[in-house]
Design a protein around this ligand. Structure first.
Ligand SMILES: Nc1ncnc2c1ncn2[C@@H]1O[C@H](COP(=O)(O)OP(=O)(O)OP(=O)(O)O)[C@@H](O)[C@H]1O
Length: 714
């Protein structure tokens, strides 16, 4: 049979008018057709041709409707060229509609017994091309009702819903797009649909963009009002509960890397790792884990080591004197808290010292690091104190039940944390989830969870960069989840604007892809390299997508889909800013500045025992250097807009701190009463740290202890 004879429905039989005819290059995967100039469909619309095929499992050929999507349309000039001068063209009358319109259509396949197959034959030249009716598209792209995730409509057919297949999540998903193209929107829609399916979802959210979902959860229905939960990484961020990592379960190396102790600071490192080692023995001997196992406990041990080193210097400067003093001082502190006899605890510690080689070795390391100068101890305390202020590192880990709950999305708000800490928390959370599922599946002892978990990782390139580009803790566990998560029911949804900056081993395992507008050629290449399903012509279409339009490929889509994402129900923040709101926010900042000023003035007055004070004078008095008024203003601004941490060493009357923001990043060390300002920047930093110390009541020890009662995990 020739192609024309094969064309099935002609003349009167035709239920709908054709809009074109296959005229050009025709292959099993695409064909070129000439379009009726009075009936030109839009780009990305769907057409079909009827082709005789022998579907798999069938031994006779049948006529099937092969669906195709229009990927390009051109009008060809007839009789005129762009070289024709205007004077000639003006006098030519070319009737409208007489030009030749040629379209290229990418074949998507045909449906046979509920499955999609790709044809083995090219549509015959001369075949009629029809606009696909909605019913054909609905059938072609249908997903079984209980498996479907309703994410939008077909890009060119707002009347045809687009569904993803929840079972496709087993092969993981990447959401990729240029910045501002709608990645977070897409992920929020996916989360809405997963919630409706009763999924357990965890979102690692470095910018705190997803926290707004909680406020709008009830919009999904009354049953969903409590289904969004926020766990915060930083004490002063938005969240229902603080995430906690048990310091005791971290290695000393891990602790020092999150505390950012430089590799070259060997004495400080030695002090921290020795104190950490000792904390286990001291907690055991005193029976008071809460007091000694967390960061506070390790800081207490370092402080005690510094005190013991100073005392030992006056007593023959020997390791023995140091160890004796150290054990005594620890025993005294422990006795105060436990009500036990100090001598009894001291004797117990001496026994540990005598019997446990590790204990003696740790004491020796402390002595070697501190016998000449106790500065490394203060350095160590500064690093640990900075980490402690974040609030995430404590005695016990937050129980997994706060992170994983059936039918609930838990947003882990990582905003405001340094990169190392974000990475460490991501690593800790991914590992706990993976292990909990593995234990459940294998029936092992320990923390486990009975339902599959979807982990959404925003800014995935931060956590899983290529091995040769950057080192992160979370990459290896993400790679393990990407390759083995399927077996244990842990699925990744990784979101990024820079796929080229995601480890290719991980990216290639994310077989489902939701790709929105991508302009950068390197990122387009990364997408092509990671997925066999993204054809060159799809890639070429990516820069032309509008915000909220996406290409979906992989097991999550019934067939490669081009969709317009639906409106979301849940809110998120971090979309384009509204200028009106932003400027109104600046008035809020002014208010906050005033509040800070008033609060500092009151606290300083109390500290100095006066009724009222001039802020610049009073700060100058505490520091021992004159402080100009504009420096105080700038330091207040830094408190409002930046991040300022402070800790205080009573023994040396020295304030330590760290400042980030407004171009003042840096460390600060201020001997109170003997400070000096080398330049304006250092002066601003110094005053900001002092203000922070005053605001947080850490200049008066009694007030600090009172304001921070030990919680069960800190
Ligand atoms: N499907 C959509 N329909 C309507 N508006 C949308 C859609 N998707 C995104 N937008 C709007 O586009 C803007 C950017 O969206 P979104 O924040 O989701 O992008 P993003 O790719 O996550 O950006 P970033 O890279 O900054 O995280 C927002 O203002 C959002 O409201």
């Amino acid at each position: 049979m020739t192609g024309l004879e094969e064309t099935p429905l002609k003349g009167k039989e035709r239920p709908i008018e054709p809009i074109g005819m296959v005229t050009g290059d025709s292959r099993p995967d695409y064909f070129v057709f000439t379009v009726d100039p009075n009936n030109i469909p839009p780009l990305y619309d769907y057409v079909y041709v009827e082709v005789s095929e022998t579907p798999p499992g069938s031994d006779t050929s049948v006529l099937v409707k092969v669906l195709a999507q229009i990927r390009s349309i051109r009008r060809l000039a007839v009789g005129v060229t762009p070289e024709h001068p205007w004077t000639v063209l003006r006098n030519l009358s070319i009737p409208r509609g007489s030009d030749t319109v040629v379209a290229v259509a990418r074949i998507l396949g045909y449906k046979w017994r509920n499955r999609i197959y790709l044809p083995r034959r090219a549509p015959p030249v001369g075949s009629w091309v029809y606009l696909a009716p909605d019913s054909l598209l609905e059938d072609f792209f249908s997903v079984e009702e209980r498996r479907r995730l309703h994410v939008g409509t077909l890009i060119s057919r707002p009347t045809v819903p687009a569904y993803l297949d929840v079972e496709g999540l087993k092969r993981h998903v990447a959401i990729i797009a240029a910045t501002g193209a709608g990645k977070t929107w897409a992920s929020v829609i996916l989360i809405e649909e997963l919630l409706k399916k009763g999924a357990t979802v965890v979102v690692l959210d470095p910018h705190g963009e997803y926290t707004a979902m909680k406020r709008s959860a009830a919009r999904l229905g009354p049953a969903f009002a409590d289904r969004v939960r926020i766990v915060k990484g930083r004490r002063d961020q938005e969240g229902d509960i603080q995430y906690k990592v048990s310091v005791a379960q971290m290695t000393a190396e891990e602790l020092m890397s999150v505390a950012r102790v430089p590799p070259k600071a060997s004495k400080i490192r030695s002090v921290i790792s020795a104190a950490k080692k000792l904390s286990h023995y001291i907690a055991e001997a005193t029976g008071d884990k809460k007091r000694w196992l967390g960061l506070k406990g390790i800081i207490r041990i370092v402080q005690t080591a510094a005190d013991a080193a100073i005392l030992a210097r006056g007593q023959g400067r020997s390791l023995e004197a140091f160890a004796r003093r150290f054990n005594q001082l620890i025993a005294q502190q422990a006795a105060k808290h436990t009500g036990r006899d100090a001598r009894e605890i001291d004797a117990e510690l001496q026994m540990v010292d005598a019997s446990k080689e590790e204990y003696g070795r740790a004491l020796r390391r402390l002595w070697l690091a501190l016998n000449r100068d106790v500065e490394p101890a203060f350095g160590a305390m500064r690093y640990l104190e900075e980490l402690r202020r974040i609030g995430v590192y404590g005695v016990k880990s937050l129980p997994l039940s706060y992170l994983l709950e059936p039918g609930t999305v838990t947003v882990v708000n990582l905003a405001g944390l340094r990169e190392e800490v974000q990475d460490h928390l991501a690593y800790n959370i991914l590992l706990r989830i993976f292990n909990a599922r593995m234990r459940y599946v294998r029936g092992l002892e320990g923390e486990s969870y009975p339902y599959p978990v979807v982990v959404v990782v925003e800014e995935a390139h931060r956590f899983m960069p290529p091995r040769n580009k950057a080192q992160t803790r979370s990459r290896d566990v993400a790679a393990t989840i990407a390759s083995e998560g399927r077996k244990f029911g842990v699925f990744l949804v990784a979101i990024s604007q820079r796929p080229s900056k995601i480890d290719p081993d991980v990216l290639s395992q994310l077989q489902g892809q939701i790709i929105l507008r991508v302009v950068n050629p390197r990122d387009q290449e990364a997408i092509r390299d990671s997925s066999e399903q993204v054809s060159q012509d799809l890639l070429e279409n990516l820069p032309g997508l509008n915000t909220g339009e996406a290409v979906v490929v992989g097991p999550i889509a019934p067939s490669p889909l081009m969709i317009r994402l639906r409106d979301r129900v849940l809110d998120y923040s971090g979309g384009d800013i509204s200028l009106v709101e932003a400027w109104a926010g600046s008035l809020e900042d002014l208010k906050l500045l005033e509040e800070y000023r008033r609060s500092v003035e009151e606290k300083i007055a109390k500290l100095l025992g006066e009724r009222s004070v001039d802020l610049a004078d009073a700060l100058g008095e505490i520091l021992g250097v004159s402080v100009p008024g504009d420096v105080v203003e700038e330091a207040l601004r830094l408190l409002v807009h930046g991040e300022v941490w402070a800790s205080f060493n009573e023994l040396t009357s020295t304030l330590y701190g760290e400042v980030h923001g407004l171009g003042y990043d840096g460390d600060v060390r201020v001997p109170l009463g003997a400070a000096s300002c080398s330049d304006r920047g250092s002066c601003v930093r110094m005053v900001a740290v002092l203000l922070r110390a005053i605001l947080d009541d850490i200049l008066s020890v009694g007030a600090r202890e009172a304001s921070e009662p030990d919680s069960w995990w800190s």
